[in-house]
Design a protein around this ligand. Structure first.
Ligand SMILES: CC(C)(COP(=O)(O)OP(=O)(O)OC[C@H]1O[C@@H](n2cnc3c(N)ncnc32)[C@H](O)[C@@H]1OP(=O)(O)O)[C@@H](O)C(=O)NCCC(=O)NCCS
Length: 168
């Protein structure tokens, strides 16, 4: 899938085109949820995801999102970002729309995500932030607690509950 957007931007789900260094740089240095992740972890995440979508301006990757999904019943949306210089022009919305409505049976799937502050974007695509259908439980990476104590979380105010620095 390759889709051209207004302004010459492009969405592409070609896994081989993903600029792993760009994804790693943003998420490990600028995101609130994956600071300190290793490049090798990102390589594995990209390889193991059901679908990865890059957002491009020419040869430069300026955004990213990935889906962890069985393609039939449930999907988890992860690592969504648009670089700061390109925000506020509808690109994030198109990126997420491509994941949840594009690609085969994506729209049949129940989509889940964690977000600290971008509910406004996701609500445009049908996500709700009411209580989940059933109570949500989490197990942190390595089998530990999902939510580290506040003393352990440098960015606690905006920390992503599923993937905060102490668990990398
Ligand atoms: C969240 C992010 C992907 C949005 O990208 P973007 O290209 O700026 O978003 P868009 O321009 O497509 O916004 C589409 C709509 O969602 C809304 N929206 C976007 N970001 C929002 C936010 N953080 N909070 C509330 N609403 C938001 C916009 O207001 C817009 O609605 P409008 O057209 O009615 O004004 C981008 O800000 C980003 O990369 N942030 C840092 C990483 C991050 O927080 N990712 C989400 C983790 S779940």
């Amino acid at each position: 899938m390759r889709r051209t957007l207004a302004g010459g931007f492009e969405l592409d789900d070609d896994r081989a085109r993903i600029d792993v260094d760009a994804v790693h740089a943003f998420i490990s240095e600028q995101s609130y949820w994956g600071r300190g992740r290793s490049r090798e972890l990102h390589e594995r995440a990209i390889r193991g995801s059901a679908r990865v979508v890059g957002l491009y301006m020419g040869s430069k990757q300026i955004g990213f999102a990935r889906a962890v999904s069985d393609g039939a019943t449930v999907g988890y949306l992860a690592d969504v970002y648009v670089l700061p210089d390109y925000r506020g022009r509808g690109l994030g919305l198109e990126l997420v729309r491509e994941i949840v409505d594009g690609g085969g049976s994506a729209s049949d799937v129940r989509w889940l995500l964690h977000t600290a502050d971008a509910q406004g974007l996701y609500s445009k695509l049908g996500f709700t932030d009411g209580p989940p259908l059933y109570p949500l439980m989490e197990r942190g990476r390595g089998g530990g607690a999902s939510v580290p104590s506040r003393d352990d979380a440098p960015a606690a105010a905006g920390a992503h509950p599923a993937d905060t620095p102490p668990q990398q």
